[in-house]
Design a binder for this molecule. Structure first.
Ligand code: NAD
Length: 439
């Protein structure tokens, strides 16, 4: 099939590569010329495990193409996927749909034959109706259907999730559109549930799922606070909870609060949508507020360990919002660093993949180290903010030698407390009784 993808970011690019790998001809369009030039030159514009090789092969085979020309991607396409951003509106915090409407309006004139316009971007309930109206007004003779096709991939696992989705949700009442979409997803039909529902239900499924996962994270984070005070260990509690198949063991890692380009914005958009229709969802409202406060409290915990130290040096391990990606959008690490700035301390950070993206946000407000030990050298405290596996294997003996003071705040529960204590570190983690003091 011929597929056009509008928006070549964290969703559009891995999806395009995956669809090309399945044998489709895919043309990805983006309005950022440098991005398209880099991709055409064989250079990836974001980091995703397993993406590089598949990208190179499909680019070489000619099944995968990149352009800034909307016409090339849309004309003759069987399916056009909308994968542009839907960031929070700066004032109302609802989903800002300007990019999706602009893209719909740009593509309308280039439609030829029957085309399915499938919205992969996360959009509020009713957006499909608006897109349909907009395209119809602009091109009254076009033959098309607008389908909701929510994306559930996890950054860091985008390629894995493309080929092994838990489910594929298609929202449409058009049998012609469903036929096209089922053909596209035929390679998954044997092993994956393909759920066909109404367009509005499909749009709601995405927000309902993300808000639920965000609440699950916030729940275990609050449980971690309880465990710290009550003398329990949240890791053991999560293990015991997760063995219950009704609960499941995922999203039960207590930490410093959820972040990333999806959960914060999607919870806010869901809360806004619910208020707008007169059915506010208080669980989500509470989660949003609680998650924000959590990140402030984490920064306060860092400052509390430094209170008698003017001009302290703070080493940060991890800038990305989670491991496996270079994405720093709404990263809790960035939020916490922002809280720590201007507190008369020097911050030196290291992240295995996200230095470039973090630098675009933080600029020279902090220093960047070449490796994890260079960041920790002469530091008064080491704060672990992203769960990159290599941090768990840190050589603590070496760290004890190179740090000025032996303090570790492990906000991702990565290190072995006993090992840190034996070496004389003052060690704090999440959800385990009290601050553990070294000798
Ligand atoms: P992104 O910012 O990484 O990529 C969006 C791209 O669209 C950008 O490169 C931008 O230049 C391009 N673009 C915007 N308007 C355009 C236009 N008119 N023509 C051509 N290109 C245009 O965003 P993302 O993270 O890929 O997210 C896209 C959507 O998918 C959002 O709605 C998001 O909520 C949703 N989503 C994201 C994830 C995720 O993990 N990132 C997961 C599921 C769903």
């Amino acid at each position: 099939m011929k597929i056009g993808i509008i928006g070549t970011g964290y969703v559009g690019l891995p999806t395009g590569v995956g669809l090309a790998e399945l044998g489709n001809t895919v043309i990805c369009v983006d309005k950022i010329k440098e991005k398209i030039d880099a991709l055409n030159a064989g250079k990836l514009t974001l980091y995703e495990d397993g993406l590089e090789e598949m990208f190179a092969e499909n680019l070489k085979s000619g099944r995968l193409k990149f352009t800034t020309d909307m016409r090339q991607a849309v004309a003759d396409a069987d399916v056009v996927l909308l994968a542009v951003g839907t960031p929070p509106h700066p004032i109302t915090q609802e989903a800002d749909l300007q990019y999706i409407y602009a893209a719909a309006s740009e593509l309308a004139d280039y439609l030829t034959g029957y085309t399915v316009i499938a919205t992969k971007s996360t959009v509020p309930v009713g957006t499909g109706d608006q897109i349909e109206q907009l395209v119809r007004q602009q091109n009254p003779t076009a033959q098309f259907d607008v389908v909701s096709l929510p994306e559930f991939l996890r950054e860091g696992f985008a390629i894995h999730d493309f080929f092994h989705p838990d489910r594929i949700v298609i929202g449409s009442n058009s049998s012609q559109a469903l036929e096209v979409m089922q053909k596209l997803y035929q390679p998954f039909a044997d092993k994956t549930k393909i759920l066909c529902v109404s367009r509005r239900s499909s749009e709601a499924i995405k927000y309902a799922s993300n808000a639920f996962l965000a609440m699950k994270i916030h729940y275990i984070n609050e449980m971690a606070d309880f465990c710290e005070k009550a003398g329990a260990d949240v890791r053991e509690v999560a293990l015991g909870m997760g063995l219950d198949s009704r609960i499941g063991n995922r999203f039960l890692n207590a930490g410093l609060g959820f972040g990333g380009s999806c959960f914060p914005k999607d919870t806010m958009a869901m809360a806004h949508m619910a208020r707008a229709v007169g059915a506010p969802i208080e669980l989500i409202e509470t989660t949003i507020i609680g998650n924000k406060k959590r990140k402030q409290r984490m920064a306060e915990r860092v400052l509390a360990t430094l209170k008698d130290m003017p001009h302290a040096r703070i080493a940060i391990w991890g800038l990305a919002f989670k491991n496996g990606t270079d994405d720093c959008r709404q990263s809790p690490a960035i939020d916490i660093i922002n809280e720590l700035l201007d507190k008369k301390s020097d911050i030196v950070a290291y992240d295995p993949k996200a230095m470039t993206t973090a630098r675009k946000i933080l600029g020279d407000k902090i220093a960047y180290a070449d490796d994890m030990y260079a960041a920790a050298k002469n530091a008064d405290v080491l704060v672990i903010l992203t769960e990159w596996p290599q941090f768990a294997d840190a050589d603590l003996t070496h760290l004890a030698k190179i740090m000025r003071r032996q303090k570790i705040l492990d906000f991702r529960n990565m290190l072995k407390a006993e090992d840190a204590l034996k070496l004389g570190f003052e060690y704090q983690c999440i959800g385990r009784s009290i601050t553990l003091q070294g000798e």
